[in-house]
Ligand binder design. Structure first.
Ligand SMILES: C[S@@+](CC[C@H](N)C(=O)[O-])C[C@H]1O[C@@H](n2cnc3c(N)ncnc32)[C@H](O)[C@@H]1O
Length: 225
C-alpha cells in the first residue's frame, strides 16, 4: 500500500514538473499564466532586435482572433507586440480579412489598454500592404490559415504569404526584421515560399524554430545576430 502511494505521488510530481517545464511564459513582460510555448523564444529574440533598431512601425497580417486566450494556439502577437509598441513609443498595424477576428482582437486590445497604439484594419492583407506608404521596422506574417493535411490549402497559404512580402517589399529598409509564423509544419508551413524567396534576395535566417526570424544579409547590428 505504501509503495502504491509512493508511486502515485511520484507520478503526480512528474506530471506537474513536466507541465511546468513545458510552460513558456514571457514573464515579467506578460503575466506568468500565459503560455507562449513554441513561439516564446522567437518572440523574445524579435523584441530584442526591435529594441536594438528602435522599431517604430510594426505590421502584423492576421490579427489575434482569440485575444490573449490564444497565446498557446495562435500566439496573441497583436497583444504581445502591441504592448511592446506601447512601451517603446511605436505603433502596430494589424490587418485581418475576417470581421469576427477583428471584433475579438479589438475587444482584447481595449481590455489591455492598447487602443492608442494598435490600429486594426479590416481588409485583405494584400490590399492593405500594397497601399501601406511608410517604412516598416518589423513585419509579422501570420494570415491565411495553413492546413497540416490539405495540399491545396498549403499551396494557397504559402503563395499568399509570399505575395504579402512582395507587396510590402519596397517599404522594408536595411534593418527591417521579418518574423513568419507556423513554419514548422508538414510541407514547410506558411513560410516555405517566402523564406526561399527572401534567401535568394539578400536575407538571412536569424532564428528558426516554429517561427522563422529573418534580417537582411548586411543587417547593421552584427552583434545581435
Ligand atoms: C492564425 S490567425 C492570426 C493569429 C494572430 N497573428 C495571433 O498572433 O494571435 C490568422 C488570421 O488571418 C486572417 N486571414 C486569413 N486570410 C487573410 C487575408 N487574406 N488577409 C488578412 N487576413 C487574413 C484570418 O481571418 C485569421 O484571423
Amino acid at each position: 500500500m505504501d509503495i502504491l502511494l509512493y508511486v502515485v505521488a511520484l507520478g503526480v510530481v512528474a506530471f506537474f514538473t513536466g507541465k511546468f517545464i513545458k510552460h513558456k511564459s514571457l514573464y515579467p513582460f506578460m503575466p506568468f499564466k500565459y503560455d507562449f510555448r513554441k513561439r516564446r523564444d522567437t518572440f523574445l529574440k524579435t523584441m530584442e532586435l526591435m529594441e536594438q533598431i528602435n522599431a517604430k512601425v510594426i505590421i502584423e497580417t492576421g490579427t489575434s482572433r482569440e485575444g490573449l486566450k490564444g497565446a498557446k494556439s495562435n500566439g496573441a502577437a497583436t497583444i504581445v507586440f502591441g504592448k511592446w509598441a506601447k512601451e517603446h513609443g511605436a505603433v502596430l498595424h494589424s490587418v485581418d480579412i475576417n470581421s469576427e477576428s477583428i471584433a475579438n482582437s479589438s475587444a482584447e486590445v481595449e481590455r489591455q489598454g492598447l487602443q492608442d497604439t494598435v490600429t486594426l484594419h479590416h481588409s485583405d492583407s494584400l490590399d492593405f500592404l500594397k497601399d501601406f506608404a511608410q517604412p516598416v521596422d518589423m513585419l509579422y506574417l501570420d494570415s491565411y490559415d495553413y492546413s497540416s493535411h490539405d495540399v491545396e490549402i498549403q499551396r494557397k497559404s504559402q503563395e499568399h504569404h509570399l505575395e504579402e512580402f512582395k507587396r510590402i517589399a519596397d517599404q522594408l529598409h536595411e534593418n527591417t526584421i521579418v518574423l513568419i509564423d507556423d513554419c514548422d509544419l508538414p510541407n514547410g508551413g506558411k513560410g516555405k515560399l517566402v523564406i526561399a524567396y527572401m534567401l535568394e534576395h539578400g536575407w538571412k535566417i536569424v532564428m528558426e524554430s516554429y517561427q522563422v526570424l529573418l534580417v537582411r544579409n548586411n543587417f547593421a547590428l552584427e552583434k545581435a545576430v
